[in-house]
Design a protein. Structure first.
Lengths: 546, 430
């Protein structure tokens, strides 16, 4: 990017790290733009821009109150907006909770831009975004921030702040659980479930009004706002954007009747998500035109990113009948999405086939462990039942027919350089993807997987209630010994990752933060893993890219 | 391995061929015996010099998988890859067999224009399944004779008999593979390299096309598979050694600084267990509407299916063959040849097997070879361009697709050869 940091900070009147890209939360909080600005789903000639306005004091999120207003927007090559290249006016009002989503077109590929909105003469904070490379371009590098599992109650979003302070990101990938549905006292910080910051509204969210208010609360977080300001986001949802362990007909954390019907609740969750997130559901910025979130984004010939939806179409997780995990009639992706993913992987359009994957695809067998550890592992990984079984039935492990179809497809079609970028499991992993885990590493790997840890959501040491890097070390050693394709796992740390893509390799740098209960938690590099082009295997790397 | 010594000291004699092609022969002393090279009429032998000019060397490590090139196992190949322009998306094209992909490398066009879709096809005139190993089988000009026609020298050193067969006398200089290993039909890499070095020193071609067959032939020779892994590693080490000798010769002779060295494979390799065999002949024969009126030409991981019954029944018969083939365990997919740009010689249908399987025609026992190719699993190939020529970007990696059909356009771009009539199907990588 071309921004001169000092100039921009001076212009914005900001002076702390969280304000690296000009956002002034103090000003924003008192303005019509208290929920910040965002951009997303960059394409070579356009990008989606988002904001939410508060035209009157009564126009609070979820209120359904307030006037219809016109919001103008501008995109410029420079942060002073002397070279405006795209602009327009959008209408918004209570029917869409005063959110604004527009597609700014006419942009040049692989170019950084600055954007802002204006309501009644009041300017929003300025955001920085970046378009994707042209389809036939051969970029030498792409760099993404990678995050998942950001639970407001469990702590502060220091990871977002540290990523926002970087100035080298083409985009940020959020792989799901952007927000959580729980009420205060449920699923907070550590094994006591302490609420570092209680959720609003102060109950489990089930209605459209609830979901809107929860989105609004998250969007007031200064670190979250800073990262949205810093780069375009590419997001998908996992379960907590609607309810825990969601599937096509319900969710573990949904009570039919008392909480309405599942279709109605999910529709409310998806509607609020469409309103409040910088994402093109149904491939458009419009609302009410479908909720398909799985989609492809191209980055020249270097990479294509397929963002998956592994909640909307999946069969219910198996219970005690573990043999059902192999039932070919059960699906995690649904047939249309599975066909679509196979097309994405087989395409010769780009070298790296990146897959934004909400739940882990590498097979995992859990070794015998002390009962206390197993119970905690069950909690963090979703292992069922609590006594411990060889499957996490909420991951691809619970839908082996779909996984087998994908991995066989990679082998049958001679597909190379497929990299699954994964969230959900609140821990950091680097995995080979064996065609036959039972004979690995003597048999072949057909792809790789990098899993980022949670921004704040609890993981093993939190649940066990022990200091980081103590009892988890034994669990990690046992898992890598039992699962030879698992090359790295960290069950304790919270943080973020940076994914660097070049023609020669894809590298994931893992960063961990200090205590997530501290708003000012620091960050440091933990480890890096990479996959060399054509290798289908991960390898350790001695240093991060930057 | 002994050294050949500088030319002309190593030349044992020069002879003249028969009236048919007016070839000249050069017998060159080499380690393990003599190398006999032939040259087109009028091609000189002793005038070769290492004067600075761009030369292109295309080295094919037959059947090598991209993941088999590692600094530990194949240090010379790995060094060429890391020091030059690497294409991780190197790909063979259908049918991923030796002959069609070598033909695509030298013509720059797909099989529907060259007439060479597979190793093995059904020849309706002769009513037999045969290899496309005759010069007349190749119906498109190659860069070998097109460069020769413009006064540049070209050379072929091809380890396999059928490659020598189809490329014939197109190059200015050529080597007939010898000694030939029984069953495999190829000359071991050590002899192939002796010939390549001899040609380098005696003829100094502007374009040399070299095929090293050991890696591929390991899979084909070992019918039990029990010694496969060790034999494969040995073959890779050997191929690496031979490539290293070639590079050393380029360096010591002063050619390296102006050389463009393209290294690739013609296809990858996939391994199947004895029970992972597809034989479509008995499946189709069991259908009364097809029995005795079709032919299956087996190409390892691909089967070419031909309807040989009356023309009036072709459409229905092909549909029936497609349905039966697609429903057979181990069959990955079935295609019309036109969809794969294979041309009419590929018959009526092309069936691919899944990874880890192989075809065996006409009976299950007909193809006992564990290592096969021809199916999509064997598309990825190593592909990199090295050499000291300023045209070669040093230590670079490209995300673009690099296919066997791109070799001829690249050669043409480097040596100033215009595209053939109708243009290339590939594109220059430099």
């Amino acid at each position: 990017m071309t921004l001169d940091r000092r100039q921009f900070l001076a212009s914005a009147g900001a002076g702390v790290g969280a304000l690296a890209f000009g956002l002034d939360p103090a000003a924003a909080a008192s303005s019509q733009f208290r929920h910040g600005v965002a951009s997303g789903d960059p394409r070579p000639s356009d990008v989606l821009l988002w904001t939410r306005v508060t035209p009157t004091a009564a126009s609070t999120p979820g209120s359904g109150v307030g006037p219809t207003v016109s919001v103008s927007w501008q995109v410029a090559r420079d942060w002073r907006f002397t070279q405006v290249v795209s602009s327009g006016v959008a209408q918004t009002g209570p029917s869409r909770d005063h959110t604004v989503k527009v597609v700014a077109g006419g942009l040049a590929p692989a170019t950084s831009y600055y954007y802002r909105f204006v309501l009644d003469g009041v300017r929003s904070p300025t955001g920085r975004t970046r378009t994707a490379p042209a389809p036939t371009a051969t970029p030498s590098r792409l760099r993404f921030g990678v995050v998942s599992c950001s639970n407001y109650q469990a702590g502060f979003f220091a990871s977002y702040r540290h990523l926002a302070a970087r100035r080298d990101l083409d985009a940020v990938l959020h792989l799901g659980d952007y927000l959580y549905e729980y009420g205060p006292g449920e699923y907070g910080y550590g094994n006591a479930n302490t609420d570092v910051r209680p959720h609003q509204p102060a109950h489990e969210i089930t209605t459209l009004r609830d979901y809107r208010q929860r989105h609004a609360q998250y969007k007031t977080d200064p670190d979250l706002q800073a990262l949205h300001v810093a780069a375009p986001w590419i997001v998908t949802w996992d379960d907590h954007e609607s309810a825990n362990d969601a599937y096509d007909g319900g969710a573990e954390n949904h009570t039919p009747g008392a909480e309405g019907t599942w279709p109605a609740r999910r529709a409310a969750a998806y509607r609020a998500y469409d309103e409040w997130m910088p994402v093109r559901l149904g491939e458009t910025a419009a609302l009410d035109d479908g909720t398909q979130i799985y989609r492809r984004l191209r980055f020249g010939r270097l990479a294509e990113l397929s963002m998956l939806d592994l909640r909307t179409y999946r069969s219910q997780q198996v219970g005690t009948d573990l043999a059902a995990v192999d039932d070919p009639a059960r699906t995690i992706a649904g047939d249309p999405q599975l066909r679509w993913l196979k097309e994405s992987l087989a395409s010769d359009a780009a070298q790296w086939k990146l897959v934004g994957n909400p739940v882990m695809i590498a097979p995992l067998v859990f070794p015998p462990l002390p009962a206390d550890l197993t119970r905690s592992l069950t909690d963090v990984t979703g292992l069922l039942p609590p006594e411990g079984v060889p499957y996490n039935v909420d991951q691809w492990d619970g839908y082996t027919a779909d996984r087998r179809e994908i991995l066989r497809h990679l082998a049958d079609q001679g597909i190379t350089d497929s990299v699954f970028i994964t969230g959900d499991i609140h821990s950091a992993w680097a995995n080979d993807l064996p065609l036959d885990a039972g004979t690995y590493p003597l048999s072949r790997s057909v792809g790789t997987e990098f899993v980022c840890t949670s921004v704040t959501s609890n993981n093993l040491d939190d649940i066990v209630g022990v200091p980081p890097r103590t009892s988890s070390l034994a669990v990690e050693a046992a898992i890598t010994a039992t699962n030879r394709h698992v090359r790295y796992v960290d069950f304790d740390s919270h943080g973020y990752s940076v994914l660097d893509v070049t023609p020669a390799r894809v590298q994931m740098d893992y960063y961990v933060i200090g205590d997530r209960a501290s708003a000012g938690a620091g960050s440091h590099w933990s480890t890096s893993w990479a996959t060399s082009a054509g290798s289908q295997r991960v390898r350790p790397v001695s240093a991060p890219v930057a | 391995m002994g050294d050949l010594g500088g030319f002309p000291a190593g030349a044992a004699g020069i002879g003249t061929g028969g009236v048919m092609d007016r070839r000249s022969f050069l017998r060159v002393a080499a380690a393990g015996g003599a190398v006999v090279l032939s040259g087109a009429a009028g091609a000189g032998w002793a005038s070769a010099s290492a004067a600075p000019r761009t030369r292109v060397y295309v080295l094919v490590v037959d059947g090598c998988r991209p993941d088999e090139i590692t600094p530990l196992l194949t240090p010379r190949l790995a060094a060429l890859r890391s020091g030059g322009l690497h294409f991780p998306r190197g790909r063979a094209l259908p049918v991923t067999e030796t002959i069609p992909n070598h033909v695509m490398m030298m013509t720059g066009v797909r099989p529907d224009r060259s007439g060479v879709p597979a190793n093995s096809v059904y020849d309706p005139a002769e009513q037999v399944v045969r290899d496309l190993d005759r010069p007349t089988d190749l119906g498109f000009p190659t860069v070998l004779e097109r460069l020769h026609a413009r006064g540049l020298r070209t050379g072929t050193v091809l380890s396999k008999e059928y490659l020598y067969g189809i490329f014939g006398t197109r190059a200015t200089y050529r080597w007939e593979p010898s000694p030939i290993v029984p069953v495999s039909g190829h000359a071991p890499d050590v002899f192939t390299m002796e010939a390549a070095l001899a040609m380098l020193r005696t003829a100094d071609p502007d374009l040399m096309f070299v095929n090293l067959g050991d890696c591929d032939r390991v899979g084909h020779v070992d019918l039990t598979g029990t010694t496969l892994a060790l034999a494969r590693r040995t073959a890779l080490v050997s191929a690496d050694l031979q490539v290293g000798r070639f590079v050393d010769e380029l360096t010591t002779s002063g050619r390296w600084d102006s050389a463009v060295v393209m290294v690739l494979a013609d296809h990858s390799m996939d391994w199947s267990l004895p029970h992972r065999v597809v034989s479509l002949t008995p499946v189709l024969d069991a259908d009364p509407t097809l029995a005795g009126r079709f032919v299956a030409a087996q190409n390892g991981g691909a089967d070419l299916l031909y309807w040989t019954g009356p023309t009036v029944g072709r459409t229905a018969a092909v549909a029936r063959m497609r349905a039966l083939a697609a429903a057979t365990p181990g069959v990955l997919s079935v295609h019309a040849p036109a969809d794969l740009r294979l041309g009419s010689r590929a018959g009526d249908l092309v069936a691919y097997c899944a990874a880890g399987w192989r075809f065996s025609e006409p009976a299950v026992v007909s193809n006992p070879i564990p290592g096969n190719h021809g199916h999509p699993a064997t598309r990825p190939i190593p592909f990199f361009i090295s050499g000291g020529s300023p045209r070669v970007p040093p230590a670079a990696t490209s995300s673009r697709l690099a296919q066997t059909v791109d070799v001829a356009p690249t050669v043409g771009a480097v040596l100033g050869l215009p595209a053939p009539s109708g243009g290339y199907d590939g594109a220059s990588l430099l």
